[in-house]
Design a protein around this ligand. Structure first.
Ligand SMILES: [Zn+2]
Length: 242
């Protein structure tokens, strides 16, 4: 029997054949997928993807593009996301990003939902926000240092590792992936971006999760079957809280 994997982070771009992607994923054992939003278009495709789990929210580049009528969210979502801070891409609008992030942390806390957080070159502000607004959920596509990873683990967060961990230059991601204990690690594709080795250069999709899962199992010196089982159990525990 193929072990069942859970892709905790996938964006379905408008126009892609979602049914075909889900079918290919199933053939590879990727039986669960969380479709993740972040913009108007992605929130709509995520909510309609029919994968059983979806997240909706406003990503760091949505400040100024949304209004009061865009809050709150679809209460059927499994999580609020993705939300967060990216000071690498947009260092000039830290204040706007932070405001939008904190507002949605409050909202998720009010809805009692987990959050899906993107954080890049914004360690201090991410930690500050999560300390001031008690939250739970997932740090997605983690690429930070082992030290930052430990601080997020201390706050109770799950750490999700993407295909970046398979990239040749990603020693720091491999180091961080080894810091995460068995009961806190998740895996994701972040499709259609960041296809793992040996699929680099292609459009990523949930079926490719297998490559990241196999790589991580071997990195962590775990049997693939055990790693699949524990990451799937972790995802269900994080997202099925009611
Ligand atoms: Zn994403």
């Amino acid at each position: 029997m193929t072990p069942e994997l859970f892709d905790t982070h996938c964006h379905f771009m408008p126009g892609v054949d979602i049914g075909a992607q889900i079918a290919r994923a199933k053939e590879c054992g990727v039986t669960r997928i969380m479709a993740v939003g972040g913009s108007r278009e992605l929130n709509e495709t995520a909510a309609r993807a029919g994968t059983g789990f979806f997240a909706v929210g406003w990503d760091r580049d949505q400040y100024g593009k949304i209004g009061e009528e865009d809050f709150p969210f679809d209460g059927n979502c499994a999580a609020v996301g993705e939300i967060g801070l990216d000071y690498f891409y947009d260092p000039d609008h830290r204040k706007e990003q932070l405001e939008l992030f904190e507002r949605q942390l409050q909202l998720a806390a009010g809805l009692d939902k987990p959050v899906v957080i993107h954080t890049r070159e914004a360690d201090d502000d991410t930690l500050g926000a999560l300390k001031s607004i008690p939250s739970r959920g997932i740090i997605h596509c983690f690429t930070g240092s082992p030290d930052f990873c430990r601080k997020l683990l201390d706050l109770g967060f799950m750490i999700s590792i993407s295909g970046i961990v398979t990239f040749r230059r990603a020693d720091n991601v491999r180091e961080s992936a080894l810091v995460v204990p068995d009961d806190r690690i998740l895996i994701e594709t972040d499709s259609p971006f960041l296809a793992p080795v040996p699929m680099r250069g292609k459009d990523n999709e949930p079926s490719f999760l297998v490559h990241t899962a196999r790589f991580l199992a071997s990195l962590r010196k775990t049997e693939f079957e055990d790693f699949a089982a524990l990451t799937t159990a972790n995802a269900l525990k994080t997202l099925c809280t009611h």
